[in-house]
Ligand binder design. Structure first.
Ligand SMILES: *Cc1c(COP(=O)(O)O)cnc(C)c1O
Length: 382
């Protein structure tokens, strides 16, 4: 069986978790502090704040900006439902706009058209690890005095060219960036999330929100020679990361450059193998973007049924997924949500499939996937 994805962990991660279990400090302690420091240094952000997952990271990013009832946040419907849900958690309204079919990311012209006097932020998504058009989107946001929150759940290690130099996603370009360490992403801690920002006030607030707005962190209280009484400043949440997760994450960070290099090789090989397939549209990497290839998405030619292709591949032991979901087609958003034309988003969901991709993927597996896909395309043609 060729799975859709496979996390890459070994004894190093197992040992790190083991040692942490025996250390006596299991949650939001020294491992979390070290993981935050190393993550911030890696992406080039002044601050990184660890949380329980990327959904909670998105929630806190919006709360920290004071977004709530009556506010509009522009985002993609064509995303995992967490993007839209995080806006709803705050009582704000997600305003869905369409994507550019070439990159599966927000179309800046559609975003510009959707801005109203109630728009407080653009929640941009680096879908499947491909950087979105951050330069024009941040410029647009700046002109309107609104924030940019990056849903970088899939985009750890992806790069974007700003001027003539390459930055990692997470270096503050927007207001805050949110990452996921779910096993479907490029590195994993089981569950886990991280926020980066250059704003020390945002960083301070994020740390309050994630721990019931307790004004003294445990790490400070624990090391203090004097008795400290803490205060709870407002109604916050428990969105803490555990130290076992952070210890695993630190090992995963060390692997990141190799994992990305491998994934880029696998993606390039797919493009060679599939490049000559009539009517199949391969993913497009703009010259200013370097994807981490969290997913490899191909668009099927017209006249070929998505579900049939996926079933036939599955029968041959090859797992695939359909194109990224559209939130506006799901029950919570099927009613009177504000939405603009979402034709490209729907087409992307209905006409694309994600192929298996992981760092350990070998040539023989890729050839099997390519051959199976080719016979599907040929079968339809006759
Ligand atoms: C995975 C994902 C999320 C949610 O991440 P969790 O860590 O599972 O909460 C949010 N947005 C996008 C685009 C994702 O792919």
């Amino acid at each position: 069986m060729i799975p859709i994805a496979k996390p890459f962990l070994d004894k190093a991660e197992a040992d790190a978790a083991h040692e942490t279990v025996l250390s006596g400090w299991l949650s939001q302690g020294p491992q979390v502090v070290a993981f935050e420091r190393e993550f911030a240094a890696l992406v080039g952000a002044p601050h990184a704040c660890a949380v329980s997952n990327c959904t909670t990271a998105l929630h806190l990013a919006l709360l920290t900006l004071g977004i709530g009832a009556g506010d509009e946040v522009i985002t993609a419907s064509h995303s995992f439902i967490a993007s839209a849900n995080s806006i709803r958690y705050c009582g704000a309204t997600p305003v869905f706009v369409d994507i550019d079919p070439a990159t599966y990311n927000l179309d800046p012209a559609c975003v510009a058209d959707a801005i109203t006097e109630r728009t407080r932020a653009i929640l941009v998504v680096h879908q499947m690890g491909m950087p979105c058009e951050l330069v024009s989107l941040t410029a647009l946001a700046e002109r309107h005095g609104i924030a940019v929150i990056e849903d970088a759940a899939c985009a750890i290690g992806s790069q974007i060219k700003i001027g003539d130099k390459w930055d990692l996603i997470g270096k503050p370009h927007g207001t805050m960036a949110c990452f996921s360490f779910h096993p479907r992403k490029v590195i994993t801690t089981g569950e886990g999330g991280m926020l980066t920002t250059s704003d020390s006030d945002h960083n301070r607030k994020l740390r309050l929100w994630r721990q019931h707005a307790m004004d003294v962190p445990d790490t400070v209280r624990h090391g203090s020679p004097e008795v400290i009484f803490e205060k709870y400043l407002f109604v916050g949440f428990n969105y803490r990361m555990t130290d076992m997760q952070a210890a695993i994450g630190r090992k995963q960070l060390e692997r990141l450059p190799n994992l990305i290099a491998r994934r880029r090789t696998v993606a390039a090989r797919y493009s060679e193998l599939l490049g000559s397939f009539d009517g199949l549209i391969l993913p497009h990497e703009p010259e200013w973007a370097r994807s981490n290839w969290q997913s490899y998405c191909v668009r099927l030619p017209d006249g070929i049924d998505q579900r049939t292709v996926m079933q036939n591949l599955l029968d041959k032991g090859i797992a695939t997924r359909r194109g990224i979901m559209c939130a506006h087609r799901e029950a919570p958003y099927a009613g009177g949500e504000q939405r603009h034309d979402l034709h490209q988003s729907e087409l992307a969901q209905d006409r694309s499939i994600l192929l298996p991709i992981y760092a350990q993927m070998v040539e023989e597996e890729q050839v099997r996937v390519a051959n199976a896909l080719q016979s599907e395309l040929e079968r339809v043609r006759v």
